[in-house]
Design a protein around this ligand. Structure first.
Ligand code: SF4
Length: 341
């Protein structure tokens, strides 16, 4: 059985052609799926009874609603979705004034093994389909309030490139949600072939998890530095024209005594200049069993001041959802325990 939700217009056209249905039926189905957001084939009332009966024989249409939701004192919500085989993923809804951002997961666990990340420490339990990614967006009660989507939850998006791009196609195409690509940001540890394809294939914003500008120090916390050194990643990004509306940002989680002194700020300036970009400094959230510490607020401020004074746009990210383990690097805190249920 084919899962209808998550199919692109092209997929739907191929399906209609195989079933000898008119080409325009594919557009009608896409409209029911992504604009009207129906959850049954019977509800597609401008399709003939015969077409609906045939679709029901070969396709399924469902949404998987969250299995759980935890609400932070600051209004952040962490939704938990069951993606089958007793595997769970987490999706974080972050309201902030006029903005409402959803942080989605693209894998169960992660292969990248960043030492500071709870998700990475849980190992890899599979990639999500486009259905699973889109379902996190469509199945939450706040769907119609969403202004931004960030692919910064569990997993490395460019290790699941096709499903991530399929989900982005649904979000940004006229036959889908019709969102501007500038409402979407995809974050990567720096998988160079994925970045190259992404820059070519869409116009969404890009975020790079940097965390340390010094090669051997970065390697000690991010194993992917060995395969894709940050200097090579940045050199490749400097070849791209960032003067348009597309944004490039670097995520820099600050660990006390590890990457937060001015020598790191100096190295960061040397690495990034003259790239047109922004650096987001992220306060590290302690979690059980981590050897990493939070950087003091005044240290973060001095670090930011140094970058700004040297021409690099920089912000300190507000901490959200820490009390429900929804903050950056804290997702999937107990996936194995849940998987054993
Ligand atoms: Fe994976 Fe991101 Fe965690 Fe690194 S920080 S292990 S890429 S989820």
């Amino acid at each position: 059985m084919t899962e209808l939700f998550g199919l692109s217009l092209q997929d739907l056209q191929a399906l209609c052609e195989a079933e000898s249905m008119p080409k325009f039926t594919a557009r009608q189905i896409a409209n029911w799926l992504y604009d009207k957001r129906v959850d049954s084939i019977d509800a597609m009332t401008n399709l003939s009874l015969k077409q609906r009966a045939r679709l029901k024989e070969i396709c399924t249409l469902r949404h998987t609603y969250p299995a759980d939701c935890q609400v932070s004192t600051d209004g952040t919500k962490k939704y938990i979705f069951d993606v089958g085989d007793r595997r769970l993923v987490e999706t974080v809804f972050i309201p902030d004034g006029d903005r409402a951002t959803l942080c989605v997961s693209c894998q169960v666990g992660c292969k990248m093994g960043c030492r500071f990340c709870v998700t990475g420490s849980q190992g890899f339990h599979g990639s999500l389909s486009a259905y699973d990614i889109l379902n996190q967006i469509f199945a939450i009660p706040e769907f119609s309030r969403l202004t931004n989507i960030v692919y910064m939850g569990m997993g490395e998006p460019f290790d699941n490139y096709d499903a991530v791009m399929r989900s982005i196609e649904v979000l940004t195409s006229g036959w889908g949600l019709g969102w501007s690509p500038h409402r979407i940001t995809v974050s990567t540890v720096g998988v160079v072939p994925g970045i190259e394809r992404f820059l070519h294939d869409c116009d969404c914003h890009l975020a790079i998890s940097l965390h340390n500008p010094i090669a051997d120090e970065r390697l000690s916390i991010m194993p992917m530095q060995k395969t894709y050194p940050i200097a090579k990643v940045v050199a490749m990004l400097k070849e791209y024209d960032w003067s348009g509306q597309r944004r490039l940002s670097f995520e820099y989680t600050m660990f006390g005594g590890l990457n937060d002194d001015l020598s790191h700020a100096e190295s960061l300036v040397r690495l990034l200049k003259p790239l047109h970009c922004r650096v987001n400094l992220i306060r590290f959230h302690t979690s059980p069993d981590t050897p990493f510490h939070t950087s003091p607020r005044n240290t973060m401020q001095q670090f930011m001041d140094y970058l700004v004074n040297h021409g690099i746009r920089c912000t300190i990210r507000a901490s959200r959802g820490e009390d429900i383990m929804a903050a950056c690097g804290l997702l999937a805190g107990s996936v194995p325990e849940r998987a054993e249920r």
